[in-house]
Write a protein that binds this ligand. Structure first.
Ligand SMILES: *[C@@H]1O[C@H](CO)[C@@H](O)[C@H](O)[C@H]1NC(C)=O
Ligand SMILES: *[C@@H]1O[C@H](CO)[C@@H](O)[C@H](O)[C@H]1NC(C)=O
Length: 345
């Protein structure tokens, strides 16, 4: 039988070639199994629109879906029961950023972040004033409280406001609700017991990197922060270089986890700089996590990294109840978002 030269083999060879020479761009990668966000961002890139549009649309989808209850309205009530939002968006080609924190009464936090970037010469707006700005830009003002967030809040009140983020105060914050007063001289300064306060599912943020087919990188984040946070608390997500960072001449990174720890190390900036110095995306992510672990051996956190040719990776720090990190990608050759997983360091 004459096999060599058979049309079937040629077709097969052509298909194999197609698989192996698949372009790596465009690319969408985001933290956690938030597939509908990945899909929404991909649809934007597939229609030829910008990486910035893709990130905004993807994170907005999570705000609408209330991903895990930790993005968007109706989740993570603070000590007074209110849900407030943090978000940022960064364009790696212009190096422009818009960010908002402690945003009240507006659901589309990343939309407001983009409005800060495009309709002001500022970079970062916070609190009540950010909400007034949003309203003036046409965003709808509405209550972010839901039955779900009310239930979480009343359960927390019923269990003596446990867990909470207070320390060195009286009455004992591990037993009582406030109002609290500072303890003089920090006599009862207990070693930090983050695990007690940190439920690994009270911190899931969406962080996203989108790269269009010519290598323009954009990143963004959106979150409602940490459950039972002290009102006014801002996490790492809206902070430039902490929550995410983009530079189209290198790539992008986005982080999630214990923001109060992570923000001190600017892990997203660090990861992008690691790639600039030649690290592949996976080791760039690993080094950013290892840098934090050198100072805080046990913390809950993860980071995703992608370079501007479409290679990507992720890393996470092992903490009680957290040994693997799930993230989602969409790239050429896939017909739907794909969940991937990495073992924590
Ligand atoms: C919230 O709870 C109230 C009272 O239980 C109920 O009447 C209302 O329909 C609920 N709203 C939603 C959106 O579930
Ligand atoms: C991106 O990372 C991949 C995998 O390490 C590497 O082969 C590629 O050269 C990197 N791209 C750039 C522009 O550095």
């Amino acid at each position: 039988m004459e096999v060599v030269g058979s049309p079937v083999l040629y077709v097969l060879a052509a298909q194999l070639c197609a698989v192996y020479s698949q372009p790596a761009l465009p690319l969408v990668i985001n933290t956690w199994p938030f597939r509908s966000a990945t899909q929404a961002a991909w649809n934007v890139l597939a229609s030829g629109r910008s990486a910035l549009d893709a990130v905004e649309r993807g994170c907005t989808q999570c705000e609408i879906d209330q991903c895990d209850g930790t993005v968007g309205y109706g989740g993570s009530p603070d000590e007074s029961g209110e849900t407030t939002l943090d978000a940022m968006i960064m364009c790696g080609s212009t190096m422009k950023v818009g960010a908002v924190a402690n945003l009240r009464r507006i659901k589309n936090a990343i939309g407001v972040a983009r409005a800060v970037m495009e309709h002001t010469k500022h970079t970062f707006l916070v609190g009540e004033s950010a909400s007034l700005f949003a309203e003036s830009m046409g965003f709808v003002c509405e209550d972010l409280t839901t039955n779900r967030s009310l239930t979480i809040y009343s359960k927390w009140l019923d269990q003596y406001c446990q867990p909470n983020y207070r320390r060195n105060v009286t009455p004992d914050p591990e037993k009582s609700c406030g109002p609290y007063k500072p303890l003089k001289g920090l006599k009862n300064d207990k070693p930090a017991s983050p695990q007690k306060a940190v439920d690994v599912h009270s911190h899931d943020t969406i962080g996203m990197i989108a790269i269009d087919k010519t290598g323009n990188v954009a990143t963004g984040t959106s979150t409602n922060g940490a459950s039972h946070k002290v009102p006014g608390r801002v996490g790492d997500s809206p902070m430039i270089g902490a929550g995410s960072y983009a530079d189209s001449s290198v790539g992008g990174a986005a982080a999630t986890g214990d923001g109060d720890t992570m923000m001190r190390f600017l892990p997203s900036y660090q990861a992008v700089e690691n790639m600039r110095m030649g690290a592949d995306p996976t080791s760039a992510c690993q080094k950013a996590i290892a840098r934090i672990q050198k100072h805080v051996p046990v913390f809950f956190g993860a980071i995703i990294c992608a370079n501007n040719t479409g290679s990507y990776g992720a890393a996470c720090g092992k903490a009680p109840g957290f040994s693997q990190f799930h993230y989602t990608v969409f790239k050429p050759g896939l017909s739907q978002p794909r969940e991937e997983v990495v073992d924590c360091l």
